[in-house]
Design a protein around this ligand. Structure first.
Ligand SMILES: NC(=O)c1ccc[n+]([C@@H]2O[C@H](COP(=O)([O-])OP(=O)(O)OC[C@H]3O[C@@H](n4cnc5c(N)ncnc54)[C@H](O)[C@@H]3O)[C@@H](O)[C@H]2O)c1
Length: 280
């Protein structure tokens, strides 16, 4: 889809990191951005940066894990700017460094609530409106390279589980919207220099409120010096315009996916061998 000045966007998690990078990239193209975040002050900082570029933006407080909150945010943006043409379900949190069987029930609720339900709620609020408008529109769901393989080193199974689900959800949405004017992209970065290792600062009050989750903090060293959020934002703008289903940012990580795909292919080889033995 061609991004045109005057279009309107919803970007969640836009008070920091990749969401802010996407919001700035869209604003540079004249898009009016609904800058949505659970941390209103951070969303307002992003709005100030957009206004400094000469753009228009509106800060909206949202908890993406809460369907009513997402619906209200989308309605508020629509009221201010009109029909939303670009919907970026980007807010997400880390849940690293703890074995799966030791993650608390409340941490499961949090990671699934934000990373997966947040995207579901965004789709439910945005897509019916886009279909109703009948004009070109685009959904970008932020997954991760961790949505395509589980890193064996950092106890990221719970995070990856939510991101695999975002990939499946987005592929399903892409299939269902064929023939409509709505495109779908899956953003799948590796290390980006953001505040994701401090995700606990944004834990919703109804899921326990801000806390300290030291298990995530090692991530800070891994992502420092990674790709900048601004570069990811520009990459997303390109992906929307090129109507890419998969927006990858780190070509050097492809071998991680190749390793997983090779294991799957080998498993099929074994299934084929056994099937041939049985029919012999
Ligand atoms: N940084 C990386 O290396 C990396 C890599 C792959 C994928 N991602 C994904 O990118 C997305 C953005 O993460 P980031 O790295 O920019 O982290 P970040 O912590 O810098 O930004 C995330 C933003 O989301 C907001 N947020 C958290 N919970 C929310 C909620 N319930 N409702 C609304 N807003 C909420 C936070 O307040 C924050 O402003 C996430 O989905 C993350 O999983 C990040």
């Amino acid at each position: 889809m061609k991004i045109e000045a005057g279009m309107c966007a919803y970007v969640s998690g836009a008070g920091s990191g990749i969401g802010r990078g996407i919001a700035l990239a869209l604003a540079r193209r004249g898009v009016r951005v609904g800058v949505c975040d659970i941390k209103l002050g951070d969303a307002q900082d992003t709005v100030r940066q957009i206004e400094a570029l000469g753009g228009s933006a509106l800060a909206v407080q949202v908890d993406v894990s809460d369907s009513a909150s997402v619906e209200q945010a989308v309605a508020a943006i629509e009221q201010a700017y009109g029909a939303i043409a670009i919907g970026c379900n980007n807010a997400g949190i880390a849940m690293h460094g703890v074995p799966l069987h030791e993650i608390s029930a409340s941490d499961w609720d949090w990671v699934i609530g934000v990373n997966l339900r947040g995207v579901i709620h965004g789709i439910r609020a945005l897509v019916p409106r886009m279909l109703q408008a009948g004009r070109p529109a685009h959904i970008v769901n932020t997954a991760s390279i961790g949505g395509f393989q589980v890193n064996p080193n950092f106890l990221t199974g719970a995070y990856s589980m939510t991101k695999y689900a975002v990939v499946a959800l987005s592929e399903g949405l892409h299939n269902e919207l064929q023939g409509s004017p709505i495109g779908v992209s899956i953003l799948a970065p590796a290390a980006v220099d953001t505040q994701i290792h401090l995700s606990e600062r944004s834990r919703p009050e109804r899921l326990g409120g801000p806390t300290v989750r030291a298990q995530n903090h090692f991530m800070g060293d891994l992502i420092r010096g990674g790709m900048t959020p601004e570069a990811v934002g520009e990459r997303v703008a390109h992906g929307i315009e090129a109507d890419e289903l998969y927006i990858f940012t780190h070509p050097e990580t492809q071998h991680w996916l190749d390793r997983r795909h090779a294991a799957i292919t080998a498993a099929f080889d074994e299934a084929r061998r056994l099937a041939q033995d049985q029919s012999a």
